[in-house]
Design a protein around this ligand. Structure first.
Ligand SMILES: [Zn+2]
Length: 101
């Protein structure tokens, strides 16, 4: 499945609260954390070893710049410096399996 398809299908991305107003992050919303977000977070925690809610907390605490710096390090392949796919768990560049789960 391509990236564009994933984004189109994502309910969070098309969240009405997100589109109206000038919100950049879910935690800026009065409904935060809303049901769809909690649902998605649970799915990602069990399937992909990441948590959107944790990430949002981190962004709120550290600011987005520091958060991205951390994330960049986390998702960089230790073998070749390529990018690790959160869904498949392997490096896009060298195909080495990084996340075991
Ligand atoms: Zn690699």
């Amino acid at each position: 499945m391509g990236k564009a398809v994933t984004i189109l299908r994502c309910k969070i991305r098309t969240c009405l609260h997100f589109q109206s107003g000038n919100r950049r992050f879910c935690y800026e919303c009065e409904d935060y954390p809303c049901k769809p977000l909690k649902h998605l977070d649970k799915r990602y925690r069990t399937k992909y070893h990441m948590s959107m809610l944790e990430n949002l907390k981190k962004i709120e605490k550290l600011g987005v710049e520091l958060f991205l710096k951390d994330e960049r390090a986390k998702w960089t392949c230790p073998e070749c410096g390529g990018t690790i796919c959160v869904h498949k768990g392997y490096c896009f560049a060298c195909k080495k399996m990084i996340l075991i789960g």
